[in-house]
Write a protein that binds this ligand. Sequence first.
Ligand code: ZN
Ligand code: ZN
Length: 580
Amino acid sequence: MKTLAKICIIALVFSACKTDKKPMVENQNQDFEAYTQYFIDELWKHNPEWATYVGYHNYDSILTIPNDEYLQKSLAFAKSHLDSLASYDVSQLNPSNQIDYELIKSTLESNNWSTNTLKSHEWNPTSYNVSGLIAFMLNEQYAPLETRLRDISKRMQNIPKYYDAAAKNIKNPVKELTNLAIQQNEGGLYVFKTTLMDSVNQSKLSDSEKSLLMSQTDAALSSVETFVSHLKSILPESSRSFRLGKDLYEASFKYSIQSSYTAEELYNLAMDRKTYLHQKMTETSAQLWSKYYGNTPQPKDSLELISKVISKVSETHVKPEEFQSAIEAQIPELEAFVKEKNLLYIDPSKPLVVRKEPAYMAGVAGASISAPGPYDKDGNTYYNVGSLEGWPADKAESYLREYNHYMLQILNIHEAIPGHYTQLVYANKSPSLIKSILANGAMIEGWAVYTEQMMLENGYGNNEPEMWLMWYKWNLRTVCNTILDYSVHVKNMSKEEAIHLLVKEAFQEQAEADGKWNRVNVSSVQLTSYFAGFVEIVALREKLKEKQGDAFDLKAFHEQFLSYGNAPVKDISRLMLEEK
Ligand code: ZN
Ligand code: ZN
């Protein structure tokens, strides 16, 4: 009796509150949306360089000096906005605003953690380099050349102070990162000496403006050179390990991946997934053996068996001169398949423009998506396709074996349809600027990886064993990226063990494995984003299937999932599972 009465009272109070707060709810959402606008304005004021990169050009003339005063201002910025957030009752916000709330909060907390605990501004000299920013302003034609040069000139006033502050910040840096910073800053001298000078000469600036830029360029060159020699002089005694260690790694993972798993849990899932994939690859390879090797006896070692079959299947590939046209021809086929199987709606009013890779991207063959920025939503989405023209024959052959007949289709699914490009079209429909600016990378990459599996599950590639084998190999790469990153940064994995993992267990070429080792020496956590997003999306789908039973509809699942925009999968899952 007592309990029942209690429940009644609670129910009464609850419903009373609900009706009382109804007008409040609308106000809360409106207030919150107005607040996010204010937050974005403040964010750009505090981070003018970031603003330039996303296409917001009001603060293009300001170069931030990374001194102690700026760090203190960053902390104050985070504190004041965390206080503002605390005045909202998140449960009263609508789903889209709830996600924005979480994204802002996580960004601010990450900023505090990074300033107070990670302190990478002290040990990562690659944080300091202005040439990329100047090159961006010279290459992107968002305003007349003269306007951009005048902004560059104002920014360049601060370059000597910028590098002075940078040199003061650095204490016992990581050797690998110091070497990279030397290389990048030396490489960036070209931007001042050539790109900038050419632009100044071509421009209609007055003679006095031109000569000011010339003298600023001289000052910039000497600042960069002084910074580089400072780095070289402290290199011998720098001893900090490039390995992040367990605590910093877990925290960094928490802020950047925003997963419902810890880094350690994800690592364990990746280890299980590797075992599963090896098992499937062994079965598929055994099935294909006689097709490619006739009566030759099968190797007893399963990794050797897989490797040999992969090697034969990789021989089916296009000629170098057909690479671009083969990619172009596949786009309409993928679109037709998605329609035929009713997998999700593709908006025909936002077509993907396939183009030859622009010159400034050249060198990285393959394919990539160029998306319009948050301030240019009506801009075209380009599919940049690299050309193998002028490549040495052996390099082209090795590349084409990697992107063979099967892999090329998986690449197109990932980058274009229904992967990155399709996700982007949906994301642009979700009107919140916060989700474009503070986009969750694990959701974006996870979606692209998820669609590869989803297309094959629905019969893309006619269930050919070769297609599945190649997809397993491709998926194994994202799995091993996670294993490698965690093992190197947390479990002290040696270079020898890393190369063994990539070459023997993930069937990669030596050159690719060497490159990956170098990458994991100068980066952390980002390599796990593909697998993190993938496992969470698959887990969400399975939970919804269980919950909805026969009512589960794959197309509806995809469309609803994408409708939340670039949000962490953890938040999308919560919202989708809460629904009745
Ligand atoms: Zn060949
Ligand atoms: Zn991707």
